[in-house]
Ligand binder design. Sequence first.
Ligand code: UDP
Length: 157
Amino acid sequence: MSHHDERTFVMVKPDGVQRGLIGEIVSRFEDRGLKLVAGKFVQLDEALAKEHYGEHEDKPFFDGLVEFITSGPVFAMVWEGADATRQVRAMVGETDPAESAPGTIRGDFGLDLGHNVIHASDHEDEGANEREIDLFFDDEELVDYDLDTAAWVYEEE
Ligand code: UDP
């Protein structure tokens, strides 16, 4: 793997889908130079939602979070690029949109912690990106191809 093959998991949440933000969000990652390697439009069932957010099962917001994330379709994606997990989190903003800088996705499109538009793997949680990719995608759903623009995004292959 070259230095720009790091993969991260991203999901437009039900509020983002309903507000018509899939295209806007995909565009931001494309514009950054990241490579889309998988995408899936699905509605999560309760079991998958609880597994995905398992680390929060003892938190007071857990039941509401599971209810929200299963309330409508989501758009799950895998994006690849140099330092992808940390760079995507920086583009997403803080957990609370009210604390997120303008220019970030949550800072531009959200106002409420419970409806924060997007999920992205936590770069401070080692292996979260791979765990989440495995939870949502089979290996054969991760598409292997060269992105022609990579030669212009990166100085070295
Ligand atoms: N959340 C919430 N209330 C809280 C904290 C978190 O509803 O007080 C939700 C919110 O949708 C958040 C998700 O739980 O995105 C997961 O929380 P985490 O701390 O992992 O934040 P994230 O990694 O999404 O920024």
